[in-house]
Design a protein around this ligand. Sequence first.
Ligand SMILES: NC(=O)c1ccc[n+]([C@@H]2O[C@H](COP(=O)([O-])OP(=O)(O)OC[C@H]3O[C@@H](n4cnc5c(N)ncnc54)[C@H](O)[C@@H]3O)[C@@H](O)[C@H]2O)c1
Length: 488
Amino acid sequence: METVGVVGLGIMGAGIAEVFARAGLRVIGVDIDEGAVSRGRGHLESSTGKAVERGRLGAEERAAILGRISLTVNREELADADLVIEAVPEVMELKRALFADLDRICKPSTVLATNTSSLSVTTMAANTSRPGRVVGMHFFNPAPVMKLVEVVTTVLTDDGLGGEIAELATRLGKTPIVVGDRAGFVANRLLLGYLNQASRMLEEGVASRDAIDTAMRAGAGLPMGPFQLLDLIGLDTAYEICEVLFYETKDRRHAPSPLLRELVTAGMHGRKSGQGFHPRTATPTAPPGAGPKVAVTTIGLVGDGPDADLLRERLDTAGFKTTDGHQDADVVLAVTAPPVVDVAVRLPNPERVVGVRLVGAEVAEVVLTVLTAPEIATVVQDLIRVMGRTPVACADRAGLVVNALLLPYLNDAVRMVESGYASFADVDTAMKLGCGYPLGPFEMLEAFGLETVRDGLRALYAEYREPSFAPAPLLERLVAAGMKDVKQ
Ligand SMILES: NC(=O)c1ccc[n+]([C@@H]2O[C@H](COP(=O)([O-])OP(=O)(O)OC[C@H]3O[C@@H](n4cnc5c(N)ncnc54)[C@H](O)[C@@H]3O)[C@@H](O)[C@H]2O)c1
């Protein structure tokens, strides 16, 4: 392939044009009118200009890249392109009409590709006279930076074309995975289920927006909290992808949360509109010197295991008196699995009982039961800060915040592999390179332990009765077989 067409020169199209031109291909970029073409040129100039400023691209190289790209409003110029990829807005009617037109204009061998995030590639293919030469080529934002390309083939795609497009993606310096045509492919399907669930969790009052963001970023080690990420993706885009996912899966977890719908209707689309889950301006932080004040001396500890030992050691070092007796304790920390209220009702002062679960090296989930006194909740969060961790206050629910969001995501990944849609390796690659996760879901699963994840899912299912929280049959079988590594 030597000449490619890119239709739609917005955020994605301009980035994709740059990627092709950087790899030495000739690019014909098309948009709807002169204004849009000049905005596309602006994107290209500024993106490559920044790369020069940062020393990642030479000035001559930049000139050569821009020299390989010609921009036009005339689609007919795409007649001899070897491949045409579209990145027009995510509206099926628009894409179908465009594919019909490209089918008329382009030579019979031209491959027609779509950068759609969630729409059916099969529907677009079936609308042309060359359904065998239509594929998805899903780049991630920003296209010049993100390494993943999901190559989407359909039941109509010619044998071998998926492999050819994957080779092309490799030539572009990307890492391709080849998957079938299912809503959301791999990365968005797994990501949006998790983000939507975070939105429901906020709505149900399990924890605050900032607590959930902190838990998933500093606790679970993800690059961003779910609400920070939703604001970045755009709430309108996230809403639309959830709708498409729900339409296909009928999984309630994909049905956009009512809170997401309300924010979208209110025009709060995230960073692009200035406001989304997070407001336009950041919340002011506490003034300097306003450190935690902890007016307790004796702390009761319930539970055993490494977390309880670590807590005891830290509290002793910080000068508190820890005790296994609870009668005289100012507060009682229950290092036990939820429901913590089970422990609280059995102790003399249930209003002084708070659950604690350490997450990673920086965060502690602080579990407040319906019986916990508000001043005790404040004191325990201060105690956690004294120990150098960030407290994440949450309700006494199975999985608390981190496990309630992470385990169903891992379960979804297992189900995806179980259904034969993608391989273990492809799913890990997709989440690491498409979403910037430090580990793929199967790497996470192994790190947590299959049995721990299975047990956590059982507890979540028992609490919420959500069908998709029930451990995937493959996970149950792997645990029953005593496997430690899913890829064996
Ligand atoms: N933004 C993302 O993060 C992202 C990531 C991956 C995939 N995508 C997908 O990429 C596609 C484009 O998204 P975007 O965010 O770049 O959109 P965008 O709104 O930034 O750009 C769309 C461009 O298409 C042009 N356009 C509209 N109708 C056209 C037509 N009939 N012919 C030619 N050009 C036309 C517009 O003028 C605009 O320049 C969508 O399918 C989206 O789902 C987006």
